[in-house]
Design a protein around this ligand. Structure first.
Ligand SMILES: O=P(O)(O)OP(=O)(O)OP(=O)(O)OC[C@H]1O[C@@H](n2cnc3c(O)ncnc32)[C@H](O)[C@@H]1O
Ligand SMILES: [Mg+2]
Length: 206
């Protein structure tokens, strides 16, 4: 029979090699996460229509992760993405999905018509939850920019109306390989990846 130390070591080994499951209902998010992480993390995915919780990005992301970890009984990551307008004190923020569905790119621009300040930021919060009884750990990434009339293909959310600072192209116009090295999602994943590497968790081929 395995000694307690051997059992703990084999549990740690299991966690180290067990896939980390990215739970999302968004194929676009999944594609970006896979291309940003490559083979560095042992990643799998599970499509789940997660509830649209209310609250801060941190609390929304943590609630998604807790639900996903207890539903799947596995280590999971989830994420929440916000688009925040500085003139509106950070709104629409976590409610961007409904605003986008309700008023579209043009309506989002019109919301800022009465303001000189068109600046804003994209905020992504990943939550890592090691299992049903674990507390989610959060990793935030933020990219500054401004809201502009839509330019570029309308394949992914509000990409056509967000022009990141330091660039003349919107997220939608730029090559995916560029977006994936400056985006809110990339910045949050860099922190998550550093945490997992430090703790030897879910490591893929480096
Ligand atoms: O299942 P989940 O992961 O929640 O996927 P979702 O699509 O519902 O995503 P959110 O709840 O985080 O809502 C974020 C909204 O912003 C959009 N979005 C997310 N990331 C984006 C990005 O990088 N560029 C443009 N739009 C994005 C997305 O399509 C939603 O309308
Ligand atoms: Mg959602």
């Amino acid at each position: 029979m395995a000694t307690p130390t051997a059992a703990a070591a084999s549990a740690a080994q299991l966690l180290k090699s067990q896939p980390l499951i990215f739970v999302t209902g968004s194929a676009n998010k999944l594609r970006e996460v896979q291309s940003i992480l490559g083979t560095k993390i042992h990643l799998a995915s599970h499509a789940l229509d997660l509830p649209e919780y209310q609250g801060t990005s941190a609390s929304v992301s943590a609630a998604k992760a807790k639900l996903a970890a207890s539903t799947l009984n596995r280590p999971v990551i989830t994420e929440d993405t916000c688009l925040c307008f500085n003139a509106l004190n950070g709104l629409p923020g976590p409610y961007i999905k409904w605003f986008l569905e309700g008023v579209g790119h043009e309506g989002l621009n019109k919301m800022l018509a009465g303001f000189e300040d068109k600046s804003g930021y994209a905020l992504c919060t990943f939550a890592y939850c090691a299992g049903p009884d674990a507390e989610p750990i959060l990793f935030e990434g933020r990219t500054e920019g401004r809201i502009v009339p839509a330019r570029g293909p309308a394949n992914f959310g509000w990409d056509p109306i967000f022009e990141p600072s330091g660039f003349t192209q919107t997220y939608a116009e730029m090559d995916k390989s560029v977006k994936n090295t400056i985006s809110h999602r990339y910045r949050a994943l860099a922190k998550l990846q550093a945490y997992l590497a430090e703790h030897g968790l879910h490591q893929g081929q480096q």
